[in-house]
Write a protein that binds this ligand. Structure first.
Ligand code: ZN
Length: 361
């Protein structure tokens, strides 16, 4: 974790901050290794302290050896004064994207009452941008997570029959993910068939899957805290012309993005590679979400690949490439793979079977 703390400290210097209070759970885990569900990190140029309550002090001691463990109890006003007593400096950063209004009030009141001389500076997104560039061990965990997802997807969809409900299929996928070694779901498994597939984030229903319908499956494992994210659209029985046409368009859009994305490109330009293909087929309005997103300790994180994204794609970023077309009343198609930017080009981490339409241009 020392390397991560050092990178954070460089950012503190650059932004003229004396210390930062980390409260966002994945950021806390990223910087310390501590996977408990409660606590704060206080990192200054000299010190790194992990403040957590008695339920977690033992776990914190073993998971976060680079940190001094500080046991807290009760409200922030009860323990913050002691935590910051020797901090010095005047500028304390906090994660404004995560700190609630109530917590912010407690923080600022306590700082005032203790006459600490510290003022609060919002620095949301700072750790998130460090997290966007993955270390080799992180890429390994995501690759493992993707491998488990591929295996579970193939095992279950190889034997699924028409008449199965979306809920049954989702549960089979969830069980298989766990059996293959996933420690949790990256997010709730999505199975959306027929008209339900027109909703990008549909919840599995009692709908029985019919032959010929599009079935969108979106699932992800978690390994060592790291997520994967995979979508496939399948069809039980023979796909009709409509399915072939929509599916081929999404397939071509995804292929264009995979072939065209490279290091230094903006999230906007990456998205445009796929969007152009879908627009050309007159489905532009039906691709209502972004092309992709970063994946790591969170299932959705930086970078963003979308029409409004100014993020720059860098080596060792891990992100999804997932164009889709959604047609109300009919259904939808989404194809999603996970990629790592490796020596300037995306290298796919997911390899689950994908129906390949006959190429017609
Ligand atoms: Zn995704």
């Amino acid at each position: 974790m020392n390397n991560r703390i050092n990178r954070l400290r460089q950012e503190l210097t650059r932004r003229e901050l004396d210390a930062i209070l980390i409260s966002q759970p994945q950021n806390r885990r990223y910087l310390s290794g501590f996977s408990g569900s409660a606590g704060f990190l206080l990192i200054s140029k000299q010190e790194a302290v992990l403040a957590t309550d008695f339920r977690y002090t033992e776990q914190a001691t073993s998971q976060a050896p680079d940190y001094k463990i500080f046991q807290i109890s009760g409200s922030l006003a009860a323990w913050l004064p002691e935590l910051i007593a020797n901090l010095g400096g005047s500028n304390l950063g906090f994660e404004d994207g995560h700190v609630t209004f109530a917590l912010h009030q407690q923080l600022s009141n306590t700082l005032k009452e203790t006459k600490s001389g510290l003022s609060l500076t919002p620095v949301g997104g700072l750790v998130e941008s460090l997290r966007a560039i993955k270390e080799p061990e992180e890429i390994e965990l995501i690759a493992k997570s993707a491998e488990i997802t591929d295996a579970a997807f193939e095992e279950v969809t190889d034997r699924v029959q028409p008449g199965t409900t979306e809920k049954q299929l989702a549960w089979e996928l969830e069980k298989s993910l766990r059996e293959h070694g996933s420690e949790a779901m990256a997010f709730e498994v999505i199975v959306a068939s027929g008209p339900n597939a027109a909703l990008p984030h549909a919840r599995p229903s009692e709908h029985q899957i019919q032959p010929g319908e599009p079935v969108v499956i979106d699932m992800g494992a978690r390994v060592g805290g790291y997520c994967s994210d995979l979508s496939r659209t399948i069809c039980l029985g023979t796909p009709d012309d409509k399915f072939r046409q929509v599916y081929s368009t999404v397939f071509k859009a995804q292929s264009a993005a995979i072939a065209g994305i490279n290091e230094g490109m903006s999230g906007h330009d990456a998205d445009a590679l796929a969007r152009a293909v879908i627009e050309e087929a007159n489905y532009g309005q039906a691709f209502g979400h972004a092309l992709g997103h970063g994946v790591g300790l969170a299932a959705h994180e930086e970078p963003r690949l979308g029409p409004n994204s100014e993020d720059t794609l860098r080596n060792n970023m891990v992100f999804s490439i997932e164009p889709g077309i959604y047609l109300s009343g009919w259904g939808g198609v989404r194809i999603e793979d996970l990629a790592v930017m490796d020596s300037g080009r995306p290298r796919l981490l997911s390899n689950a079977k994908k129906w390949k339409p006959e190429v017609s241009s």
